[in-house]
Write a protein that binds this ligand. Structure first.
Ligand SMILES: Cc1cc2nc3c(=O)[nH]c(=O)nc-3n(C[C@H](O)[C@H](O)[C@H](O)COP(=O)(O)O)c2cc1C
Length: 540
C-alpha cells in the first residue's frame, strides 16, 4: 500500500483525538437552523407501507445467540417488515417542555442516525423485485430500482438458496453537523450497532446474515444505485456494506457477487429523489478524504473460524428477545450505590466473544481485533480496579509487554480470560478520561475497547472502518446484555484517547482505544414523557 494512504489515515485518527487541552475540531455550537433531517425520503409515489407486528416473536433471549430453536420462516413481506421493525425501526418517542424526538431500536451517537438501510428483495405477490430504501419513520419501503425477474433469478442461482440482501450506508453530514471531524468515527460505530441489531433480529425469523466481504464499495454503490443518484453535495450516502440474509440452516454462503450480476444492476434506472437534509452544510474535508482513503476494493472471500465455546452459565432471563430489543435505551444517569452481581458481569463480557454460528459476529466481518480495558466500580464479590478482558486470547502475549510492567495480570477465574491489572477506585479516572462524563464513573463498570490498530491499517486501509464496526457490534451486545440483566448501558464516543492509552502504558499506535461503554443501574429522568414507537401512524 502507498505509505501516504496509511499515514493520512493515522493523521485523521490523531487529529480527531480529544485531548485534555483541546477537543477535536467541531462547530462548537448547535446550528439549529441547519439541523439535518434524521430521516431520508425519496418522494416516491409507490411506497410500500409495512405492517407493524401484532405480537412479538416468542423467541427467548438466548435464541439471539443459540440458533437451534429458531425455525426458519419464509421470506414474505410480513416477516421482512418484522425483521426491520426489530432492528432499525423506531422504539419510542420522548418529549420534554415542547420538544419531542424519536428513538430507535439501534442507538446512534447524539441520536443523529447517519446510517441508512436498503433491501434488495425478491418479487412478493404484487411487489416487484427491487432495491428499496427502508424509512423507519413511516415504517415503509421506498422503491429505488426495479429489478427484472431474470436478474433476480441470477442472484438466486448464485446463492443457491432463497433470501434477500440488506445494505447499509452513512450520511456523514448528519453526525458532522454536531461533532465535526470526529464524526467519521461515530458514523462507523453506528454501522456496527446497526449491523449487530440486524444480525440479532434475523434470528427471530430463523434467518442469518452473511457479510459479502469480498465486494468493493464501488460494487455496493452500483447495486444500490448510489452512483446514479443526484445527491446534494455533502449529503451523499457513502456505501458501507451488503449482507445476504438467508435461512440459518443454509451454511455455505458465497461472500461476493459475480461480475455479470453487478453489471446487470448497474444498468438499471433509479427512481426517486433524495430529500434535502439541511439548507446549508459545512464541508469537514478530512472526513471525505478519509472516507476515500478507506474505500474497500474487491478482495478475496474471507472465511473466519471463530471456534466453539460454551456460554458462561447465567441465570434464566425472564424477558423475551423482542422485549429486550424493544426496551434497549441509553442510560443518562446511574445510581453509583447499586452494584451488579459478579455472575451477570462475567456473562456480559462472555457474550462479546465471537463464536462460530452465533450472532452477531458470524456475519464474518474479520478476525476479532478488540479486547476490553475495564474500570470495575461496583460489581459484587469483585475488587474495584482496573481489569483486562481478552476477547481474543491469542493476543495475550502480544499485549502484556506493551502495558505498564508492574501490572500483575492475575486471572480472576480459571478458564475465563479476565485479568486484574490494578486494585483501586477508578471512578474518578474513568470520568476524567471520558470527557468528564459522570456516566463512566457512577456506573457498575465502564470500559474502553482496545483495538489492534497500526498493523491492520498498514496492511488494508479499509479495515480502519471495520475496526469501528467491530466495536459498535460489541456495544450493541452490551446494550442488550445490560437490559437482559436488569441494568442499562450507554455507548461513549467522547473520550480523551491518549489519556486512556497512558493508563495502560501505550507508547505508540500499535493498539488504540476506539470506543467506550458503561453499564450500571440507571436512574430514570422523571421529566421525560414517553410515547409508543408508532403512535403517529394509523396502521396496525
Ligand atoms: C457511537 C455512540 C457514541 C455515543 N457516545 C455517547 C457519549 O459520549 N455520551 C453519552 O451520554 N451518550 C452517548 N451515546 C448514546 C447516544 O446519545 C444514544 O444512543 C442516543 O441519544 C439515542 O438514545 P437511545 O440509545 O436511548 O436510543 C453514544 C451512542 C453511540 C451509538
Amino acid at each position: 500500500m502507498n505509505k501516504h494512504v496509511y499515514r493520512d489515515i493515522f493523521r485523521y485518527h490523531e487529529e480527531t483525538k480529544h485531548r485534555f487541552d483541546r477537543y477535536a475540531r467541531s462547530p462548537g455550537f448547535m446550528d439549529w437552523q441547519n439541523q439535518p433531517n434524521p430521516f431520508r425520503f425519496y418522494g416516491n409515489k409507490n411506497i410500500i407501507y409495512l405492517p407493524l407486528l401484532k405480537n412479538n416473536p416468542e423467541a427467548a433471549y438466548m435464541d439471539l445467540y443459540r440458533r437451534q430453536n429458531n425455525t426458519p420462516k419464509p421470506f414474505i413481506l410480513e416477516h421482512i417488515a418484522g425483521f426491520l421493525e426489530l432492528s432499525l425501526g423506531l422504539s419510542a418517542w420522548k418529549a420534554v417542555s415542547g420538544s419531542k424526538w424519536s428513538l430507535r431500536i439501534n442507538p446512534s451517537s447524539g441520536n443523529l442516525h447517519p446510517t441508512e438501510a436498503y433491501l434488495v428483495i425478491p418479487p412478493m405477490g404484487t411487489i416487484q423485485a427491487g432495491v428499496y430504501h427502508y424509512n423507519p419513520l413511516i415504517h415503509a419501503l421506498e422503491p429505488r430500482i426495479r429489478v427484472p425477474a431474470e436478474t433476480w433469478d441470477l442472484l438466486l442461482k448464485y446463492f443457491e438458496t432463497n433470501g434477500f440482501l440488506v445494505g447499509l450506508s452513512s450520511i456523514f453530514w448528519r453526525e458532522s453537523w454536531k461533532y465535526g471531524e470526529r464524526a467519521f468515527r461515530y458514523c462507523n460505530h453506528d454501522v456496527g450497532h446497526a449491523l449487530a441489531a440486524l444480525s440479532f433480529s434475523a434470528n427471530l425469523w430463523g434467518w442469518k446474515m452473511t457479510f459479502l466481504n469480498s465486494l468493493s464499495d464501488d460494487d455496493v454503490e452500483k447495486i444500490l444505485g448510489f452512483d446514479r443518484t443526484g445527491w446534494k453535495r455533502l449529503e451523499q450516502e457513502d456505501p458501507d456494506l451488503l449482507c445476504f440474509v438467508h435461512s440459518h440452516q443454509h451454511q455455505k454462503v458465497c461472500r461476493g457477487l459475480p461480475e455479470d450480476i453487478i453489471s446487470a444492476f448497474s444498468d438499471l434506472a433509479v427512481e426517486g429523489k433524495p430529500n434535502i437534509l439541511s439548507k446549508e452544510n459545512t464541508d469537514w474535508e478530512i472526513i471525505y478524504q478519509t472516507s476515500r482513503l478507506t474505500r474497500k476494493p474487491a478482495t478475496p472471500e474471507v472465511h473466519i473460524d471463530a471456534g466453539k465455546r460454551p456460554f458462561f452459565a447465567t441465570s434464566e432471563i425472564s424477558l423475551t428477545a423482542a422485549e429486550i430489543i424493544r426496551q434497549r435505551r441509553s442510560a443518562t444517569d446511574f445510581n453509583s450505590e447499586k452494584s451488579i452481581p459478579k455472575g451477570h458481569f462475567l456473562a456480559m463480557l462472555d457474550k462479546t466473544i465471537a463464536r462460530d454460528d452465533c450472532a452477531p459476529f458470524d456475519i464474518q466481518l474479520m478476525e476479532p481485533s478488540v479486547n476490553l480495558l475495564l474500570f470495575v466500580h461496583n460489581v459484587e464479590s469483585l475488587d474495584q480496579g482496573l481489569y483486562f478482558f481478552l476477547r481474543h486470547q491469542a493476543d495475550l502475549d502480544e499485549m502484556r509487554p506493551i502495558f505498564h510492567p508492574d501490572f500483575p495480570w492475575k486471572q480472576v477465574q480459571k478458564g475465563f480470560p479476565l485479568y486484574l491489572l490494578k486494585r483501586g477506585n477508578f471512578r474518578h479516572d474513568a470520568i476524567e478520561v471520558s470527557c468528564h462524563q459522570e456516566i463512566a464513573g457512577y456506573s457498575a463498570f465502564s470500559l474502553g475497547m482496545i483495538t489492534k490498530f497500526r498493523n491492520i491499517i498498514k496492511k488494508e486501509a479499509y479495515r480502519y472502518r471495520h475496526l469501528f464496526w467491530e466495536t459498535g457490534m460489541i456495544g450493541q451486545i452490551l446494550y442488550l446484555e445490560a437490559e437482559a440483566h436488569g441494568a442499562r448501558g450507554t455507548g461513549i464516543g467522547c473520550f480523551f484517547d491518549d489519556a486512556v492509552h497512558d493508563i495502560m502504558g501505550f507508547k505508540d499506535n500499535t493498539w488504540q482505544s476506539l470506543y467506550h461503554f458503561t453499564v450500571g443501574v440507571p436512574i430514570e429522568d422523571p421529566r421525560l414523557t414517553t410515547y409508543p414507537a408508532y403512535h403517529h401512524l394509523q396502521r396496525t
